[in-house]
Design a protein around this ligand. Sequence first.
Ligand SMILES: Nc1ncnc2c1ncn2[C@@H]1O[C@H](COP(=O)(O)OP(=O)(O)OP(=O)(O)O)[C@@H](O)[C@H]1O
Ligand SMILES: [Mg+2]
Length: 224
Amino acid sequence: MKILDVISLKKVYRTGSEDLTVLKEVNLSVNQGTTTVISGESGSGKSTFLYLIGGLDTVTSGKIIFKNINIASSSESDLTGYRCKQLGFIFQFHYLLKDFTAFENVLMPSYIMGIPLQRARLRAEKLLERVGLVARMRHYPVQLSGGERQRVAVARALMNDPVLILADEPTGNLDEKNSIQVKNILFELVNEYGKTMILVSHNPELADAGDRHFHLEHGVLSQV
Ligand SMILES: Nc1ncnc2c1ncn2[C@@H]1O[C@H](COP(=O)(O)OP(=O)(O)OP(=O)(O)O)[C@@H](O)[C@H]1O
Ligand SMILES: [Mg+2]
């Protein structure tokens, strides 16, 4: 079943009098339960593309149809609901909240949604166990290694049982060993929970990890 359809997506950034066309004409269909990996050089527009799908930035033209709703023309309040209920984000720079422990960071999406605390705590604990971080639950982000922070981010992304996971360079700043560990955990969990994922990365190691591989270049996406 198709859950996402990106049609003729275009994104132009305007800075001063300059126009920068980052996405020229991007088309992508995603079926439920599949993993799509998008590679591309630094500056090719990978993060921009994920931000648009996530409703975190506005499109210049084109459509992003998620379950029959065009995200590109949704109101801000609809987008908030979409992000909280349907999406799990893993950002390029983990974006954990520094004043909260690993456990609290994983709990945060459920807390925002108003899920009963008792139930949320059990799920957060289970997810932290799955990413191998039970012993680090009470640590603050500065007290975690880079790989551990990304594993917390993976657990957090799954917390609200999202339909679609958007992963932006999840192994970006890690050494090879940690990069492989985070990649394995992420793909294991995505498969185990039957999630759909779009992952962008310039790491060639990740390219073959998904069901499909696309390359973004000169504002156009092509299947590899
Ligand atoms: N808010 C903005 N205003 C103007 N230009 C921007 C803005 N955000 C990004 N850009 C430009 O758009 C291009 C694509 O940026 P983007 O962050 O999507 O690239 P990327 O493929 O994710 O790169 P990386 O691999 O380094 O993360 C870059 O050239 C960047 O300078
Ligand atoms: Mg990026």
